[in-house]
Design a protein around this ligand. Structure first.
Ligand SMILES: [Zn+2]
Length: 140
């Protein structure tokens, strides 16, 4: 007759295997703590570095769009046609891939009551009588 050996009680609860959270790992591992999301400490570090890189990429893309918008406004502002008409059409801005959703700040023009969307050096403001024609403002 076999005598049962006393089994050593597990000091830690067993959790079901889960995939490592690091994007290109996906190794199934058994966490020893419910908060453990990575198969190893290095993958936790790697994942956080990847995340930071992704955030930096977003910031670079945002800055690029804002600079593009500013450059479009600068180009139009200095053009001969703008100096004559004092207005730029929505069509032209769209052709130049101006992005209305991106600006550094909004500011109300106290003289016109209209909202100016500012980039870095230039801002854009709708005209009073035509929503498809815009004025370009240059910061002081
Ligand atoms: Zn991993």
């Amino acid at each position: 007759m076999d005598v049962k050996k006393p089994t050593k009680r597990m000091s830690k609860r067993l959790y079901a295997g889960i995939p490592c959270k690091k994007a290109d790992c996906n190794k199934i591992f058994q966490p020893t703590d419910s908060r453990q999301k990575y198969c190893c400490p290095q993958h936790r570090v790697d994942h956080n570095n990847d995340k930071r890189k992704a955030n930096d990429t977003d910031a670079v893309a945002l800055l690029k769009t804002l600079k593009h918008n500013d450059a479009v406004l600068a180009k139009v502002f200095r053009s001969e046609i703008y100096s004559m008409t004092k207005g730029v059409s929505l069509d032209l801005l769209q052709y130049e891939r101006f992005e209305f959703d991106y600006f550094v700040k909004r500011q109300k023009n106290t003289q016109t009551g209209k909202t100016v969307l500012w980039m870095f050096k230039y801002g854009i403001e709708p005209t009073e009588f035509n929503n498809n024609i815009f004025l370009i403002r240059q910061s002081a």
